[in-house]
Design a protein around this ligand. Structure first.
Ligand code: V07
Length: 253
């Protein structure tokens, strides 16, 4: 049973479909964890969990678009994921193409722009080609930016930025005296993007796992025990509503 005191602020278990449109996070980042565990619980191979997880991606893209989120960054494949069994890696590398084969038309209709962060050149040819095609097709869209972290690792990203920045100082393209946090941000994959306002991680783990270390300095974190294949539009909205009620301080008081 549920009832509400009309004079209390609607705090938890909010089921209203139409929630306040103010204070929506501009940029939401998600660690989509728990696909393997979801499959194991059902006696299925891990890849069945990845496949189910792919359909949840589409649902959350729709939800984010609808809620007026501007940037959605999804951790699809980390630099550490190469250590998984070869057959699983090969399957994962086919998912971008499969996803795009099914959903690229809908992405176009909904004005979604697809981008990636990570070491793109080190991806298999077939993966790179499919994703590059989607980036090219959607580059004129100005709705939701759907940003896939593909072969992404934050320490690698930071090391790469340091090396490029030093090379630019070496060649006098840049002066050491003018380098500040903003300069450094321009050397990251996320160049030009605002930092995530909200970071969501599913599946009960409460760690960053080498995701956006620099960029989440002032982000709000939201964790759920729900496994990614069981994640839904409703849970996504609950995370947004929780975010809306938080008071951000950005390191100040
Ligand atoms: C992947 C499904 C979601 C759960 C997490 C792991 C498995 C969508 C993509 C994708 C990537 C780029 C792109 C279009 C779609 C994807 C990988 C894994 C490697 F342009 N889901 N998904 N890529 N999973």
């Amino acid at each position: 049973m549920s009832f509400k005191f009309p004079f209390f602020k609607n705090k938890q278990n909010i089921k209203d479909d139409h929630f306040a449109s103010d204070n929506i996070p501009n940029h939401v980042a998600i660690i989509m964890d728990g696909n393997g565990r979801w499959a194991k619980k059902r006696g299925l191979p891990r890849i069945a969990g990845h496949k189910e997880g792919m359909d949840v991606v589409k649902k959350i893209v729709r939800a984010a678009s609808k809620c007026n989120v501007k940037i959605l960054t999804l951790y699809a494949f980390s630099t550490e994921n190469w250590k998984r069994p070869k057959s699983e890696v090969e399957y994962l590398m086919k998912l971008p193409k499969e996803f795009l084969h099914i959903y690229l038309p809908e992405m176009m209709e909904n004005n979604v722009r697809i981008e990636t962060i990570g070491d793109f050149d080190a991806l298999p040819d077939h993966t790179r080609k499919a994703v590059q095609y989607a980036k090219d097709q959607t580059k004129g869209n100005d709705g939701l930016l759907l940003n896939f972290a593909l072969n992404y690792g934050s320490r690698f990203e930071i090391m790469r930025a340091v090396k490029q920045l030093m090379a630019d100082i070496d060649s006098s393209e840049l002066s050491m005296d003018t380098v500040d946090e903003n300069t450094f941000s321009e050397y990251l994959y996320t160049k030009g993007l605002s930092d995530p306002d909200l970071l969501i991680r599913t599946s009960g783990e409460q760690r960053l796992s080498n995701f956006l270390l620099w960029q989440v300095a002032y982000s709000e974190f939201w964790f759920t025990d729900v496994l990614w294949p069981d994640f839904s539009e409703e849970i996504f909205k609950t995370a947004l509503q929780d975010y809306q009620q938080r008071k951000r301080r950005y390191g100040g008081i």
